[in-house]
Write a protein that binds this ligand. Structure first.
Ligand code: 5GP
Length: 177
């Protein structure tokens, strides 16, 4: 285990309070990046005491199960325009930064008033491209993590904590036995 459910809950409360303070008086349009954001987003928005609307974007990156290729495809588009809105983009993890770059470039073309990025996890040691990350829950080492929304081959998203995968193949084999 890398981060317990209690560690996460405490940090999410802090992030919510910080965002509430920083955006005071402004309506916020929270956009979650599926699927990994789903648990973090539902916890975070409950800690944000602002006029807040919600939407989702789905993306999937091609490549091996534990390494990002940077080739991203949209699997689910926003349900409404974002022109003139203050967007809070909520991600599970920024690793190489390639997905975030794709998301920001994509959203910028829709003319929002602003885009602010909030990620639960950040692996700066693996970052390949400079992207703005305004709020970070935890900076973590360059290890593949699962749980609290994050998957390995669509499994383990429901774990209430975040764990490090040391031997992914064995993990799946154990689960399937
Ligand atoms: P990036 O494009 O920044 O390299 O990666 C972004 C996406 O890759 C994340 O949104 C996430 O879906 C996936 N990813 C990167 N690192 C991890 C990790 O340690 N665990 C899991 N489960 N997914 C990861």
């Amino acid at each position: 285990m890398l981060l317990s459910a209690e560690d996460i809950a405490e940090r999410v409360r802090e992030l919510g309070a910080q965002i509430t303070h920083d955006f005071a008086g402004q309506p916020l349009h929270a956009i979650g990046v599926l699927k990994g954001c789903f648990m973090f987003m539902t916890d975070l928005v409950r800690e944000i005491d602002l006029d807040c609307s919600i939407d989702f974007l789905g993306v999937s990156s091609y490549g091996s199960r534990t390494e990002s290729s940077g080739v991203v495809r949209t699997t689910h588009d926003l349900s409404a325009p974002i022109a003139g809105k203050h967007v809070l983009l909520i991600e599970d993890i920024v690793d190489t930064g390639l997905t975030m770059k794709y998301l920001i470039d994509n959203l910028q073309t829709r003319r929002p008033a602003s885009i602010t990025v909030c990620t639960l996890l950040h692996k700066p040691s693996n970052q390949k491209i400079e992207v703005p990350v305004h709020y970070v829950g935890f900076t973590i080492p360059n290890k593949f993590v699962i749980g609290y929304g994050l998957d390995y081959a669509e499994r383990f998203r429901n774990l209430p904590y975040i764990g490090v995968v040391t031997n992914a193949a064995a993990l799946i084999a154990d689960e399937e036995e």
